[in-house]
Design a protein around this ligand. Structure first.
Ligand SMILES: [Cu+2]
Length: 105
C-alpha cells in the first residue's frame, strides 16, 4: 500500500490487521517505523475460534466481530485464522505523518 499522509492530528487507539488463511501478519507503519505487528492466530476447531474470541480484553467489543469474523469452514480439520492480535494505545499520529501497511504471506 502506498503511504497515506494523515490529514489530522489524532490519537491512535487501536489497530489490527485482517488476513485470510496462509497469511502470517500485518505490519502497520508510521513514517516507516512499525507501530503494530498484528499476527494471525490459527486454530483447527470451532472451540479454538470461540476461545480465541471469548476474551473481552482481546479487542474493543465493537471491533471483535468484524476483526475476527469467520470466513473459512473451521470444521474441515485444517488450521484457519481464528483471530488477529490487536495493538492498543499506539499514541499520537500527527498531521502529515505517513501511515502504510504491508503483510507477510
Ligand atoms: Cu476477510
Amino acid at each position: 500500500m502506498r503511504p497515506h499522509a494523515s490529514k489530522y492530528n489524532a490519537q491512535m487507539i487501536g489497530v489490527a490487521g485482517h488476513l485470510h488463511d496462509v497469511s502470517e501478519n500485518v505490519n502497520v507503519y508510521i513514517n516507516d517505523k512499525v507501530i503494530c505487528d498484528s499476527k494471525a492466530i490459527y486454530g483447527t476447531s470451532v472451540a479454538d475460534w470461540d476461545s480465541a474470541n471469548s476474551n473481552s480484553t482481546s479487542a474493543p467489543p465493537t471491533n471483535r466481530y468484524t476483526l475476527s469474523k469467520r470466513h473459512e469452514d473451521p470444521m474441515d480439520g485444517m488450521p484457519h485464522i481464528v483471530r488477529m492480535s490487536f495493538c492498543r494505545n499506539i499514541g499520537a499520529l500527527k498531521q502529515g505523518e505517513t501511515i502504510r501497511v504491508d503483510a507477510n504471506l
